[in-house]
Design a protein around this ligand. Structure first.
Ligand SMILES: CC(=O)[C@@H](O)[C@H](O)COP(=O)(O)O
Length: 258
């Protein structure tokens, strides 16, 4: 079955790739560009606070804006005020109105601060930003973010950079069941099977960075993630067979030679 028509929509954009990729932690510009291309991603996210705007050859300049939709993010922000200020700056620089809101609650775990995230989301939505918030895998927080008008919800799989994979598939399932907007698993994916599981659960897309950038061979992992997401999505659409605890013969038993 062709995947050509299995598109999804985010804030009015029609997208084919269900992988959103980060741009941090790569060795250099060449590796960044090669991995982005190999991942097949159409949206790439950039941590605004880590871009050195004083330098001409900065991370932003490595990204072909005619090819990718740029999703500025607020990585490194610990309060709603910080995040809002950072995104206002992005708007002034003409970077984008489609933004990933990330407000971190603690430098050790890098877990999101939901209270500050909700506060920042309200301000940003009032100012006309299209907000994609990173949050815990909490169905209630996701419901509130959706009700406020966020364009998607992005619950974590596990802490940023942990590579632990989906820690609570049950919560992700609950979030998907209730959501009328895209559910994008963000952070903590470690390998292609994690991304496939996210898609098999019914997520709309997956956002990742470290699993590719810190793989032994990042380029190969970028391809593996691309393929894992396609496989997981196909499996979701195909529908898993009913599981059973006892065996069932693969070949028909009728007419079997005695
Ligand atoms: C790139 C980005 O936005 C990160 O803050 C994000 O949450 C990705 O997490 P991983 O690095 O664990 O994939």
């Amino acid at each position: 079955m062709s995947d050509t028509h299995d598109t999804w929509t985010l804030a009015g954009r029609t997208l084919t790739s269900r992988l959103i990729i980060g741009t941090g932690k790569y060795k250099d510009a060449e590796e960044t560009r090669a991995c982005l291309a190999a991942s097949g991603a159409e949206i790439v996210t950039v941590a605004l606070r880590r871009v050195d705007l004083k330098v001409k050859d900065n991370l932003l300049s490595w990204i072909d804006r005619s090819r990718y939709t740029l999703l500025p993010n607020t990585a490194g922000c610990y309060t709603a005020d910080d995040a809002v200020r950072t995104l206002r700056l992005a708007r002034e620089l003409g970077i984008a109105d489609l933004v990933k809101l990330e407000v971190i609650g603690d430098p050790r775990t890098l877990l999101p601060d939901n209270e500050e995230t909700l506060k920042a989301a309200k301000i940003l939505l009032d100012e006309g930003f299209v907000v994609l918030p990173y949050c815990t895998d909490d169905p209630i927080v996701c419901r509130k973010l959706e009700a406020m008008g966020c364009a998607a919800v992005m619950p974590l799989a596990a802490p940023i950079g942990s590579g632990l994979g989906i820690r609570n598939p049950h919560n992700i399932r609950l979030i998907i069941e209730q959501a009328k907007i895209p559910v994008i698993v963000d952070a903590g994916v470690g390998t292609a099977s994690d991304a496939a599981i996210a898609m098999e659960l019914g997520c709309t897309a997956v956002l990742m960075n470290t699993a590719v950038a810190h793989a032994q061979v990042p380029l190969l992992m970028a391809e593996a993630m691309r393929d894992g997401i396609v496989a997981g999505r196909k499996a979701f659409r195909a529908g898993r067979m009913p599981t059973r605890v006892i065996g069932s013969a693969s070949s028909p038993t009728a007419g079997m030679i005695e």
